[in-house]
Design a protein. Structure first.
Length: 121
């Protein structure tokens, strides 16, 4: 059994980012799915894990809860540095962060199920 538990949804791009980082790092983790279209992320059992009701959520071996994909990925890279996810040079790291923020802030919101549902109502 792994000391990392990833609560996620298979179609969530934010969850996918974290799964990619975990796999690139060669880390084992427990995969806990929550079907967003069925509202499983809003059930009391999951809200007791993450009161925001969002995925992904990563629980560490000591019970620490991490949310937000970019924060989780940064944590993984800082605490398990090999292999590194970011380039060694500062400009390279800045470019990676720039692209990640463009996706998270500019592209992701218009493809997010929560936003799309709100726009339809």
């Amino acid at each position: 059994m792994s000391d990392l538990i990833l609560h996620n949804y298979y179609r969530s791009s934010t969850s996918y980012r974290v799964r990619i980082a975990l796999e690139m790092k060669g880390l084992t983790y427990q995969y806990v799915p929550h079907h967003l279209r069925h509202g499983e992320h809003l059930e009391p059992a999951y809200l007791s894990v993450n009161p925001q009701g969002l995925v992904p959520a990563l629980i560490l071996g000591d019970g620490t809860l991490l949310t937000q994909s970019l924060a989780i990925i940064e944590f993984l890279d800082e605490t398990r540095p090999e292999p590194p996810l970011l380039p060694q040079d500062a400009p390279g790291r800045a470019r990676v962060r720039m692209l990640a923020q463009m996706i998270a802030c500019d592209i992701h919101p218009v493809n997010n199920l929560r936003v799309l549902t709100s726009l339809r109502t």
